[in-house]
Structure formats: C-alpha cells, structure tokens
Design a protein around this ligand. Structure first.
Ligand code: ZN
Length: 136
C-alpha cells in the first residue's frame, strides 16, 4: 500500500510549465498515489481547482509530457477560469461519455498543440543532477 503524498515539481518540469502557463503554476498541487484519483477509474489522473490527483507515482506522471500538459490544461485552462465545474463535467460526461466530452477534447487538443514545444523546453531545462522529485 502506498500513501498519498504531495510532490514538488522537478526543476525541468517547473521551468517548462512556467514558460507555457506563467506564475500560476505555483498554485497547483500534485498528489500522487491518490485514493481520490482511484475513485475516477477511467483516467490516470483527476483534477480539481488547483489540484492534480494521480493514481500512480509522480515519476510515471512526469515521464508522460502529454499527460502533464493535459492535466495542467484542465487545471489552469478550465478549472481556474471557472469553465470546468464538477457539475458541468458530469453533465458533459453523461451526454457524451469520456472521450467525446468537450473538456477532454479541449485538453487533448492543447496537449497535442504544445507537446513538441514542451518537450523541447524540458530538454533545455533538464538538469544533469537527478533525481529531483521531492515529496513534501
Ligand atoms: Zn482529461
């Protein structure tokens, strides 16, 4: 059994996300091995306002740049401006399911559009000294 734990963004992730989203990334908390995420069985992660709950470990999450972009977009592009709410998400999922849910379409589109740039930023900001995931 692994316990839920808050993690700090590794340097390369933080610097790269900062270039894409700005200072607001510092308000986002990431919780790995989250029981809350396990309740939402369809996805690897679940978001709420300023929170990303991971089913698995932070290492798995950060190894998947598209997933990182996807989840940060839910938080900063949808929750933060108030477009996404639990109720709206449920209604949308009920109408269209997971894949065709417009919140999911938008997040996938954002991740696809920014993936190459994000990977380039990560490579640029990658430090030689690792590992740098810190649990807090
Ligand atoms: Zn999603």
């Amino acid at each position: 059994m692994q316990f839920s734990c808050k993690v700090k963004l590794p340097h390369d992730q933080r610097a790269s996300l900062h270039e894409l989203f700005g200072d607001v990334i510092d308000h986002v908390e990431i919780i790995e091995h989250s029981w809350f995420a396990w309740l939402h069985v369809v996805a690897a992660a679940t978001t709420r306002r300023r929170r990303i709950y991971l089913r698995g470990s932070a290492e798995e999450f950060f190894a998947d740049p598209k997933l990182v972009l996807h989840e940060y977009f839910h938080v900063l592009g949808q929750w933060e401006p108030g477009a996404l709410t639990v109720w709206r998400y449920l209604v949308e999922s009920f109408r269209r399911g997971y894949w065709d849910n417009h919140f999911e379409i938008e997040a996938r589109e954002f991740a696809d559009d920014h993936f190459l740039r994000f990977r380039a930023l990560l490579a640029r900001h990658r430090s030689s000294d690792k590992p740098d995931i810190q649990r807090v």
